[in-house]
Ligand binder design. Sequence first.
Ligand code: C2E
Ligand code: MG
Ligand code: MG
Length: 603
Amino acid sequence: MVNADTEKAAILIIDDEEPIRDLLSDLLSPTYDCTTVGSAEGALAILNSINFNLVISDINMGGISGLDLVPLVLERTPDTVMVMISGQQAIDSAIEAMRAGAFDYITKPLDLRHVHTAVKRALAHHQLLTQKRLYENHLEELIKERTAEIEHLAYHDGLTDLPNRVLFEDRCTQAIAIAQRNNNLVAVMLVSLDRLKKVTESLGHAAGDVVLTEAAARLQQCVSSGDTVARFEGEFAMLLTNVTETADLTEVARAIREVFNAPFGLGGQEVYVTTSIGISLFPSNGEDSGTILRNAEAALYRAKKQGGNNCQFYAADMNALAMKRLELETSLRRAIENKEFITHYQPVVNLASGAVVGSEALVRWQHPELGLLPPGRFIGLAEDTGLILDIGDFVLRDACARTRAWQDRGFGGLRIAVNISARHFQEEDFTERLVEILSETKLDPTSLELELTETSIMENTDVAVKVLARIRKLGVKVAIDDFGTGYSSLSYLKNLPIDTVKLDRSFVAGAATDPDDAALVMAIVTLAHNMRLRVVAEGVETDDQVTFLRRLKCDEAQGYLFGKPMPPEMFEMAIAVNPPRKNNVLSDSGRLLIDNLAAAVNE
Ligand code: C2E
Ligand code: MG
Ligand code: MG
């Protein structure tokens, strides 16, 4: 609907007598915006599209009468004011019209002064109605707003505006219902800030509030968009629904620890806050939100009791596994800073001559409590956490530097093999880092061989082939490690720019006794040689294995028979007593080296 005129009041005049219409129109037009119409039907048509402040209507008309028109008008536009025109003898009808909602009436013959006053009063009434309506609308909105605010307060934490316990439990119940249907896990993770009390004690409550508000924001970065971070009873609570295994939760715990690594800025002061975390899971730790939450509280209590800065699962068995990993990860991070990694070197011998031609660098972790850990205990974790990049760079640098030093001390042709994890190899700047380490350590690139597994190359063959080509252009050699255990497809070998195949220990182990293994080893050596690849046998432990491998003309070998991986100082002694000589025939297989090594170590 359109308002006829916003400045002048709009009046609709309805009368079946034209002279009356004209009279009223002439009278009112100078002051008001007047429209005239000869019947109630005509009026209703106009009223469909135009709003009038005032309708002046005759009562006695053919068709719909003025009396019947009153409710029809007021139904459409309740704020329209109606004034009836009535004959002297039809005052009853006028009164009836007023009962139906008309505001006033004027009588025929028209007294013009009276008309004016009636119109003015009617319009004043209209204005009043409009104002009242506006006020009512406003009031309604105000009430709506306040109700929403109060409702929000009932479900949220006043300080952080995060959901409170009521809302959290509600969402938890919903999540459990969905998880039940989909066979999913739901986790509740309670997070407590360890040193918060100290912060408020020394810097005041306002400082504590700053930390809490900032902590709320940081925690929200650690969850997916559908998950809930809430706050109640002084702790934060997280509802995690995208959970398929406990590893996902240690992932979140790790993310939390990471976001809390940064200090909180408090007006020039920097405060570090750690977290205690308690975790409980649906369905293994409870079937309803109340139980899950209670168990998460128990787990949190345990985490705090352990001195804080740690994470506890409710179930003890689950705890042991996840915790071990998390603990190991914490100490793994520290290990890099504390330089707890060391590299051992295992001799690689030429099978024909028996000479030590080089070594393989194998990393170990000198753990302060657990002792010397083999790579199997931590490489996987280091790969998952990205720490492998630092470890890998360390080993590469150490191996290159040592080998260069050995070469300088008279062992010119000595080579070095370094294991490179897929994650490390797939780093965009891997080649740049390699070049940097080579120039830093001044090692001749042709002395270096990188050992990669089939898997790390096959994950993204196109890119891998390009990187391999770049590496080999430097002069660095490439070996496929543990060959035969991965894709085990011999045919793919010919498409790869590589130099060496390292025959996996499991094949070598059976080669001298199991005809199937023997046949396989033979096939691999023959094929590799056809492709002009060097073959190194891993895990050689017996003389029989050596005899067999030499018959096959396998190029090189490494294994406990020749020497276990050893600290660099020991390796240096070993090559000193058994230097890499061209014609050093391996008499009595590896005995010579072994005996010499034993002698060197015992001295
Ligand atoms: P790998 O590269 O195949 O290394 C050979 C493994 O076999 C070494 O185990 C070595 O100690 C062991 N070995 C050597 N000769 C014999 C033998 O005669 N008998 C037996 N039973 N075992 C033998 P280690 O040192 O525990 O290393 C295990 C794996 O860890 C390595 O397998 C390699 O894949 C990985 N690794 C070691 N150092 C590094 C590293 O610096 N970076 C990366 N990414 N991975 C590494
Ligand atoms: Mg290796
Ligand atoms: Mg291997």
